[in-house]
Design a protein around this ligand. Sequence first.
Ligand code: SF4
Length: 438
Amino acid sequence: MIEPTRSTIIGRGAEDGRRLFDTWFDELTSTSDQKRQAAYVFVMGSLTEVLRAFDMPVVFPEINSLQTAVKKAAAEYLNEAEDHGFSPDVCGYVKADYALQLRGGEHPRGRIPPPAVAVLTNACNTYLKWAEIWERLYGTPVITIDVPGSRSGARPERAAVRGFARDRRYVEQQLRELIVQLEGITGRRFDVDRLRETMEHTNAMGRAYRAVLAENRDTPAVFDAVLEGTTYLGVANALRGSAAGTAYFTDLLEEMRLRRTLGLGPVGRPPAEKHRLIFVGVPCYPIFSRFTRLFSDWGGIFVSSTYLWFASGGLNLDYEYDLADPIASLAEGLLLGVRSAVDSMLFHDRTLVRAIDEYGADGVVYHPVKSCRTVSTGLADSRRSVLAQRDVLALYIESDIMDQRVVSEAQLKNRIDAFFEGLDSRKLRAAAAPAVTV
Ligand code: SF4
């Protein structure tokens, strides 16, 4: 009796992801309509658990902006911001959000409420300048948590590194100040048990999230880390610390395991995997599905993606909150998560070499984008370092996450086709080579 199970479970992750996102945007629209308070946060170090403990709806401006690109509306928002003096070089996410604020929150998927407070970290320097825009527009209080970096690429075992306990206490003190400020802004008393509840949801979500990512270590992959992984990542951020988010990832893991049992691959179809790839960076949202098809048409499957690591708020790390000491533990999780995100961007080579081994990848696709220097800086050096350490092919293609003016589809296709011809011919040569016996 496998068929009834299959028909209700396969495809559920995509379907539920769409539904949850619709509901999320509907809730933001009604928050806006009712002129209720909302908190603005960013994916790297969102601290959603604390904000949920105050029952504050959270707005992720990065997600709103990328959704304007997915919905093919980014150009109007970018143009409007540039008409107000923003340079074409500024991060496209910032410009789309600025235009959205000028339009009173109007968004292709609903209406976004203005920020009653912005809570951010120093994970990306653009976050700091971005929040200053809300300060200027609305007088929004901006609370920045300063998370000390790892000061070197010497991973891992941060807890054992000298100074870790001091850094954790430094972050914890800032979180305690954040809580006092949120009490003042919301007029509500902080409830530590409510915080524990949200952290428990994050723990459960993180376990399932990591298990989903690990499913692709086996061959063939059961999901595409760019085509499908991007939806999973969106849900992980938007619904972090909630029962709905935990249920989503529990169900998603069930679907991935069923795909494995049934011998199904990405999007629940029979696997067509010829090449196992790792994606580095953020996808090309203006042509998202066509972009992924440029790879899947050649049998190229993204078995993993650095995006699912650095933008997951630390869910990719084997770390769980200690609910007996929630604020200290939240500080530790934030410290580890933000450091890991920054290291995943600045020291990609180490993370990538490990991932190539774990996922059995034969190719790495680097996608630097004009909008984001934070994730694009150093990619060329990383490629050199990875190629010196592992015998894989690497592709380096440039476009953007928001701005279709710098996306040349024909040029991308040309480079991608050549990359796959190289991968195919490597495999043919390897298959034809006589076996070496020692
Ligand atoms: S510069 Fe990059 S990491 Fe920073 S906000 Fe823009 S897209 Fe995000």
